[in-house]
Design a protein around this ligand. Sequence first.
Ligand SMILES: [Zn+2]
Length: 331
Amino acid sequence: MLSRKITDGCEFVVFDMEWNQPFPGKTYSFDISTLTGEIIEIGAVRYSYDNGALTKHSVFSEDIAPVIYTQLHYHVKKVTHKKNSDLAKGRPFSEVYADFRKFCGVDCILVGWGNSDPAMLKMNLRKFGMNSNLDMFFLDLQPIFSTFSGQRGKQRSVESAVDYYQIEKNEVFHSATADALYTGEIFEEIFRHNKPTEVLAAVSSSSVDPDVQHEFGFVGREALDVESAMADADGFISVCPVCKAKLSDRIPPFRLRKSRYGLKYCDEHGEMFCRTRVKKNKAGRLFSTTVMRFATQTDYYLVASKREEYDKFGISGAPAAIKSEENRNEE
Ligand SMILES: [Zn+2]
């Protein structure tokens, strides 16, 4: 669908955020699903692209004083090495966000590691009554790294990508600024080690508009067996979730172990990735969950490689010894 063309002079802002979480079991005066995390730090690095390479410009690093979740959650404390007393030293979210927007300029592409940061940012903007449109494209660098490092479909941490390119570890991981700096260096390395035209194609086809819903979910009813649990999603994956037009098959749905993959096509919205998984609920009964989204290049590779495995080994897939690591990452 909407992909972002990358030309010389194009600007990228690689960013990362840390957020504090509500305490489990504690009662809050509002529905905590409207704020699953309150942002306490934004770190970012600005780059420009020219002639096959990235040039690093400036760094943004700001702490935010939370006003809702003011006590550090033990998990956040452990991961970020922050203390409760650090939180109060931050500035108000609205001020920091205004500065961050200025730092981004008018037409940059946001780059992150994993796809959760834009949604978290929008959730905070909504909670604090601010305009939640980002008006920028977003690129998740994690699947791009997996593709170019020959680990398609696998989820890797920032640290493992840093190790992969033997980037010097001068900063402690898991502060927003350190992780943004590392992610920026990984982005630079991806350009250095691959054909820029190929990197650009992946970057442009994987950039999404975070203000447009691009992922849709469906939960099936309880079923007696895997086949009928999957079949419950047939209706959902046959029409485009945006325009309701009937979808055609690019790669017809096929079952591999407890998942079913497919690549569908809408004349107006392009390729759609579909994956249905069969799970057990608390009562031990089977049901399926399905995700359908505008397919990125990574999604296309994922379906194609699963299809290859299916063609070679059938529904049960490759023997466990070969596939065990991949399954752990995907299932
Ligand atoms: Zn459509």
